[in-house]
Design a binder for this molecule. Structure first.
Ligand code: 2AM
Length: 477
């Protein structure tokens, strides 16, 4: 065969990825279960590059130069297993299967193990940037073997997004499921970022009294500063959009029940298993869940709250500046939590993930791309073993400068009855980490009282238990 890469699964993500490869000068073999999709792609976009359209698994495999590189772009789950089962018997030692779907990293670990026995490299790959990213240059997070990256890396570097300094937004994340784990956490961070932006919007609306159009302008201003990011940019676009059929702000005619596909939920489930406190991501997932409980919300509308005090114009402008501070501080904490989860996953599964590289390849192409990620990259470059982003001096200083406003904004939300679960969770995390003493000592006492679960002391080595039901003497256990 003569194709350097093949793509099977030609729905919009697969189609755009195939076109991206072709536009970058690669010969791309095409395959799809339903052949009409393959024909459509060639009809519509065939002049963009060299495509080899195939109509059977055998022809597809035969079209590929060796070692073969097949990108699978089907729905995560059973479809991925079905496609692997179809192609694996046709492949040979050294061939590479790339799964570009949003697979659960545990599935990726299993598939990698099974295919490795056959001598096939399985590269679970996170791809972020949506449909446009797939076509114009996504952020790419490949896992799998080092060897697979040797043959695949240069091609991925070519089709990937480039950061402002020209660096390709792709790196070999680590073995087996590392790439899909990092993509999962990327999405978790995205949930937190979106929720924080949503809470900032709600405060500007309900406390400051700004209209969606005015808030769009505020976000546009923020987007010229340290909050410069794709999510802030599109938030301004959504907020300034007016619904054609009613003339109302678009955001006022959309049903306020957020949906989710699962990667945010996975991020939290895995964090629970790893014992990593990703409270901002958890609150973001729960906030979507709360929004979707229409019956519960209907039944609760009569519950009382405080009477909101609307701010005057000068006060509102000052408050908007404070919300910017709060959003920035909360964002630092949300990313701190997400990177902690990646570090914990890397430790648990022996992936040896370079956190600075992860921040670096998120600088372009992906949904959470932001000027801020340059800062995270620098923080890890300065100290590769940084235990937490909050341990970085410049982030700590920025939070120190923001924290007065951060606290005021959250206090205002609480007294005004505006729900800000993610803002509050990030501040609580920050204060928990700073605290000299936590009530965990009391928790240990309670556990020892009702369950003889024992405790450690601050002043002596050993495990202790107090005879709560007896004379309350302390015994070593
Ligand atoms: P289709 O066009 O034949 O439906 C997104 O659904 C993509 O995944 C489509 O290209 C779809 O092919 C493909 N797909 C879904 N389930 C599949 C399966 N079990 N085997 C092969 N391709 C599948």
């Amino acid at each position: 065969g003569t194709a350097q890469i093949g793509v099977t699964g030609l729905a919009v993500m697969g189609r755009n990825l195939a076109r991206n490869f072709a536009r970058n000068g690669y010969t791309v073999a095409l395959h799809n279960r339903t052949v009409a999709r393959t024909r459509e792609l060639v009809e519509e976009f065939g002049d963009e590059g060299d495509f080899i359209a195939t109509e059977s698994a055998q022809d597809f495999v035969a079209a590929l130069e060796r070692p073969r590189r097949l990108v699978v772009m089907v729905k995560a789950g059973e479809a991925t297993d079905a496609v692997i089962a179809e192609f694996a018997p046709l492949l040979e030692t050294g061939d590479v299967i790339i799964d570009g779907g949003n697979a659960h990293f545990e599935d990726t670990r299993r598939r990698e193990r099974e295919l490795r026995e056959q001598g096939i490299h399985f590269v679970g790959t996170g791809i972020s940037g949506g449909e446009e990213g797939a076509l114009e240059g996504p952020s790419i997070m490949p896992g799998g073997s080092e060897e697979s990256y040797d043959s695949l890396g240069p091609m991925l570097e070519k089709i990937s997004a480039k950061a402002k300094d020209g660096a390709p937004c792709v790196t070999h994340i680590g073995p087996d499921g590392a790439g899909h784990f990092v993509k999962m956490t990327h999405n978790g961070i995205e949930y937190a970022d979106m929720q924080l932006i949503g809470e900032a919007y709600q405060l500007l609306r309900d406390v400051a009294g700004y209209s969606p159009a005015q808030i769009a302008d505020i976000f546009r201003t923020w987007n010229t500063g340290r909050l410069d990011s794709y999510l802030i940019e599109i938030t301004a676009e959504v907020l300034s959009h007016v619904d054609a059929s009613t003339g109302e702000p678009f955001v006022d005619v959309v049903l306020d029940q957020a949906e989710q596909k699962g990667t945010g939920r996975w991020t939290v489930q895995i964090a629970l298993d790893l014992g990593v406190p990703v409270s901002a991501i958890a609150e973001a997932v729960f906030a979507r869940s709360v929004s979707g409980h229409a019956d519960l919300r209907d039944a609760s509308r009569h519950l009382t709250g405080p009477t909101a005090r609307r701010l005057g114009a000068d006060e509102a402008a000052a408050f908007a500046d404070q919300v910017e501070q709060a959003l920035y501080a909360s964002k630092i904490v949300a990313y701190t939590q997400g990177f902690h989860e990646i570090a914990a996953g890397s430790e648990r599964y022996d992936w040896n993930i370079d956190l600075g590289e992860v921040a670096s390849i998120w600088r372009g192409g992906c949904i959470i791309r932001a000027a801020f990620l340059d800062r995270i990259t620098s923080a890890y470059e300065a100290r590769p073993r940084l235990p937490s982003l909050l341990a970085d001096k410049s982030f700590a200083e920025e939070i120190a400068a923001a924290q007065g406003d951060w606290r005021t904004v959250i206090a205002t939300a609480v007294t005004g009855g505006v729900p800000t679960p993610a803002f509050a969770a990030t501040l609580a995390y920050y204060d928990s980490l700073r605290a000299e003493r936590l009530p965990a000592a009391l928790t240990q006492g309670q556990r020892d009282y009702f369950g003889a679960h024992t405790y450690h002391r601050t002043d002596r080595e050993g495990t202790f238990h107090t005879l709560w039901g007896g004379d309350r003497t302390e015994v070593k256990s």
